[in-house]
Design a protein around this ligand. Structure first.
Ligand SMILES: [Zn+2]
Length: 179
């Protein structure tokens, strides 16, 4: 009799948790996947992957993943001796440069990578001078090693990919005015 009561109680618990699981699961749509190609990022391939991972840890509505072979990437990453900079064609599409000019000045590489990905995710430069802002870019001190978006920046990206927002072509440079 006791066993039977326990069995009934256990069944009730399972039923309740089962119901909770069912109601909790479909709350959000699948994130939009953006494929990036870091094959031309030279010595910065690992830090490009780190920048992508930072965003994947920070937002739910979009994911940055290495492009599978045979697929066209949404985002291409290059490297050269200029300033880091991003060229956006539309939200989630374009290319960016890991620029050695900033690297050689000592700017923190994961922060640069996450910042430039931020442009591809629809964020403009906001030169607030604050290290807590990712999109403050070079206006924050060279000593700034925060590679993470602020909660406001993460929320904006989630909102960008929650709706069908589109942005026009833009160019953003790490330092100075956009060209
Ligand atoms: Zn920028």
């Amino acid at each position: 009799m006791l066993l039977r009561k326990l069995a009934v109680a256990l069944f009730a618990v399972l039923a309740v948790t089962g119901v909770q699981a069912v109601t909790a699961a479909p709350a959000t749509a699948a994130p939009r996947i953006l494929y990036y190609d870091a094959s031309q990022a030279q010595e910065f391939k690992a830090v490009v992957a780190q920048g992508a991972q930072i965003w994947n840890n920070s937002v739910a509505n979009v994911r940055l993943e290495p492009v599978p072979s045979g697929r066209t990437p949404n985002i291409r990453v290059y490297a050269d001796n200029g300033w880091p900079r991003a060229y956006t064609q539309s939200l989630g599409n374009g290319y960016w440069y890991m620029g050695r000019q900033a690297v050689n000045q000592g700017y923190y590489q994961p922060r640069i990578a996450a910042h430039e990905f931020g442009h591809l995710l629809g964020l403009p430069d906001r030169r607030t001078g604050l290290c807590t802002d990712l999109m403050s870019g070079s206006s924050a001190p060279v000593s700034c090693t925060n590679p993470n978006p602020s909660s406001t920046e993460a929320r904006t990206v989630n909102n960008n990919f929650a709706t069908a927002l589109t942005t026009g072509a833009r160019v953003y440079t790490w330092a100075g005015s956009a060209s």
